[in-house]
Design a protein around this ligand. Structure first.
Ligand SMILES: *Cc1c(COP(=O)(O)O)cnc(C)c1O
Length: 357
């Protein structure tokens, strides 16, 4: 079955930037491919779907996105196998989540079929940009912004969905030391923490900057009311290993329902690892660090897949985590990336083969 893209106007770039790109030396999210997908919401429907050369867009200075932050996004990856086939990992989850975020921000939902048709056409057009080498992938960034001019504080009637592509290498962030939040919060009950909305990031930049200045790369957010339960890292969900049990917080309206998180839980269950999805108290983790039963902490998210944490700071004290030979973090990273790259059997049915034009 081919891609249904008769409704998508395609204007190809007459030049390519690909020769200027050093694929062995990419910083995350700084280089974009030759084309982008774009679709507008006007008069109550999504229309004017097009793929055109990557470049600046023009918006009225009063466009509502600039004033009231109606902006949501997704993050996913495509991989190319040696036989030139392009694969996605659980892409339905991303469009479903985009639409969940949309609902919460009073943004109209985007049709699932058009999302797939647009994204897959774009991936075909910029296929040369997807590298096959170990660790290489194409980071896909779909997003929606309110474009309607006017500074009245109400949901816009016009929006733009775009999909842009950025070639990525395997992500190594260096040693990650984290700080457990005891003052600032990223989300609250009934709020937008579960949505992938731009403002959730803006709100954590300042406390994260303070943490960086104190020598910590990331903040692990706690619940806003008591700061006693560990929730997530703001771009990644967080897992704890106490002895041989894997523990993570349940998702809620304060926590983003990560696809990597879900995948880790499914793999752990299949591997016979004891998984507990429950509240994780800062005191429990502190105590486990003191008595040596805390073996690992790691983040889980699309960009890095699994990001091991080497130490945490809580109320004036730093606690180091042991360096393990056979870590859960390494196991999950291998299991997930092997499925993504087609090196292991996909018993979960997570891979999606991108259709060709
Ligand atoms: C995107 C994101 C994650 C990770 O989700 P994945 O689907 O695994 O990429 C975790 N937390 C927040 C706040 C996020 O925005």
């Amino acid at each position: 079955m081919g891609i249904n893209n008769q409704n998508i106007t395609i204007t190809k770039s007459t030049t390519t930037k690909i020769k200027e790109v050093d694929f062995s030396n990419l910083s995350f999210g700084e280089i974009f491919t030759d084309h982008m997908f774009e679709c507008d919401y006007v008069d109550g429907k999504w229309t004017n779907a097009q793929i055109r050369p990557y470049g600046p867009i023009s918006l009225d200075p009063s466009a509502k996105v600039f004033h009231y932050g109606q902006a949501i996004f997704e993050g996913m990856k495509a991989y190319k196998s040696l036989d030139n086939v392009v694969w996605l990992f659980r892409p339905e989850e991303n469009i479903n989540r985009l639409n969940k975020s949309a609902e919460r921000l009073a943004i109209p939902e985007f049709p699932k079929d058009l999302f797939f048709d647009g994204m897959e056409t774009l991936l075909n057009i910029d296929k040369e940009w997807i590298q096959t080498s170990e660790g290489s992938s194409m980071y896909i960034r779909p997003f929606v912004i309110a474009t309607e001019p006017g500074v009245s504080a109400s949901p816009a009637k016009k929006y733009k969905l775009m999909i842009i592509l950025s070639p990525a290498q395997s992500y190594y962030s260096g040693e990650v030391k984290v700080l457990f939040a005891d003052k600032y919060s990223r989300s609250a009950n009934g709020g937008v923490g579960f949505a992938k909305c731009a403002g959730n990031y803006a709100g954590q930049f300042y406390p994260t900057k303070l943490a960086n200045q104190a020598g910590y790369q990331q903040v692990v957010w706690t619940d806003a009311s008591t700061h006693e339960n560990l929730e997530e890292a703001g771009t990644m969900n967080v897992f704890f290993r106490i002895n041989d049990t894997l523990i993570t917080a349940p998702t809620s309206d304060r926590i983003l329902d990560g696809i990597t998180r879900k995948s880790v839980i499914a793999i752990a269950e299949k591997e016979g690892i004891n998984v507990e999805v429950r509240n994780v108290s800062v005191y429990e983790i502190e105590e486990a660090a003191k008595n040596g039963s805390l073996k690992e902490m790691f983040g889980a998210g699309t960009a890095a897949v699994i990001n091991p944490i080497v130490s945490f700071h809580f109320k004036g004290n730093d606690y180091d985590l042991p360096k393990l030979e056979n870590s859960f973090a390494a196991l999950f990273k291998k299991k997930i990336t092997d499925i993504q790259r087609g090196k292991a059997e996909d018993t979960f049915g997570w891979r999606y083969q991108v259709r060709t034009l």
